[in-house]
Design a protein around this ligand. Structure first.
Ligand code: MG
Length: 385
């Protein structure tokens, strides 16, 4: 029996993880954490009966306690509650599927408590990779990627001498605006940006795909996960999303992982690694139907958020936090209809330009930088609107 906690159980990755639990008797859920969706959480709690539940927003936690008072489930709240879920005593693995930098502290505490991590929160490594990766080593836990590209890279490195890998080819669908120029992107609305051609995902990551900031975050995430330099990570636009990423070795051989775009595959792989379990539902790749796979270079002038990710990653220290925080704020405002699409990468750029770099930032400095960045982009936006 493998016992798991899911931080972010009502989101896209969280609900798909529970689908896998439902189909596998050998998985048990011991902790669930959510932001505020207590309607869905109630159904999950009644079905999976975890020991501990966190509802991050306190007023919702109070309502939730009342809803499930007939059950022997403890309900906690706030960051303290999130950390309690992350370190819940029975769980051996935590699926970190919350959106945004809120995932950093619980992930660090989970590792301290000896939990293995199925990582679906890329912000954690982007902003605190220099803290997380040494801690994973020190505590002897495993950290397995759930992101489809990183799972593909991980699978392509399996059984190989990692020192002989000299390049990662990180594939990108290009999102709904692939092929467009800057002048065509000004008036894009949330409903346009939310139409992802291949993947069904949460709102935040779908907008990040449209700006290609998601790919920028993934480049930085891959550098930490696989101990590769940013210059050895090349983004390849591959609109069909069948090749999920590749590794090129010193002899020129390229090993890739392919599959239909379905997050269940990388989630299940991370939960059962090194065992491959049958995935009973879902399509399979049919090459005769596909006929061709195509590739192109990313347009870094139009999707300049991706270019900025390489800059932030090269500068390192607190700069990736600035990149990420400015993006988080801007995406939330764009979804509310408050700012234009192109303001997202513009705010990232402005925030990076004004930031005074902190090398090797502590967790406290990372969280301060996050807050300062939110304040800056809010002020900057008010000044131009
Ligand atoms: Mg991805």
């Amino acid at each position: 029996m493998k016992k798991i906690g899911i931080l972010g159980s009502t989101g896209s990755i969280g609900t798909q993880t529970l689908d896998i639990v439902r189909e596998n008797q050998e998985l048990k859920v011991t902790a669930l954490a959510v932001d505020s969706n207590i309607e869905l959480l109630e159904r999950q709690v009644r079905e999976f009966l975890p020991n501990l539940v966190c509802v991050y927003r306190e007023e919702k936690a109070i309502q939730f306690r009342d809803r499930i008072k007939d059950l022997p489930v403890k309900v906690v709240t706030g960051m303290e509650g999130l950390i309690a879920c992350a370190t819940e005593s029975e769980a051996d693995t935590q699926v970190t599927a919350m959106v945004g930098m809120i995932g950093i502290q619980p992930t660090i505490e989970a590792i301290h408590a000896g939990k293995n991590i199925a990582l679906a929160n890329k912000e954690t490594l982007v902003t605190a990779g220099h803290i997380i990766m040494p801690l994973v080593k020190e505590k002897g836990v495993t950290l397995l990627p759930v992101d489809s590209e990183h799972s593909a890279i991980f699978q392509s490195l399996n059984g190989e001498d990692k020192k002989k890998a000299h390049k990662i080819l990180l594939t990108a669908s290009g999102g709904p605006f692939r092929g467009m120029k800057l002048s065509e992107l000004h008036d894009k609305q949330p409903k346009d940006a939310l139409k992802h051609p291949n993947w069904a995902m949460g709102q935040k990551i779908t907008i990040d795909s449209a700006t290609m900031v998601n790919k920028g975050l993934e480049v930085m995430e891959a550098a930490w996960l696989f101990d590769m330099s940013l210059d050895a990570i090349q983004v390849v636009v591959h609109p069909q999303s069948i090749i999920h990423s590749m590794v090129e070795y010193v002899d020129g051989s390229i090993i890739a992982q392919l599959g239909v775009p379905d997050m269940k595959l990388p989630i299940q792989y991370a939960l059962f690694y090194p065992t491959r379990k049958p995935l009973l539902q879902g399509e399979r790749v049919d090459f005769f139907k596909l006929r061709q796979l195509t590739f192109e270079a990313p347009d870094l002038d139009t999707f300049f958020g991706l270019r900025l990710a390489y800059e932030a990653g090269h500068l390192g220290g607190s700069m990736p936090t600035v990149y990420n925080a400015a993006n988080e704020w801007a995406v939330a405002e764009f979804l509310k209809g408050h700012i234009e699409f192109l303001m997202i990468p513009t705010l990232i750029e402005k925030a990076m330009q004004q930031h005074k770099l902190i090398n090797n930032p502590s967790l406290k400095e990372i969280l301060n930088t996050e807050q300062e960045t939110y304040d800056f982009v809010r002020g900057f936006t008010e000044s131009v609107l």
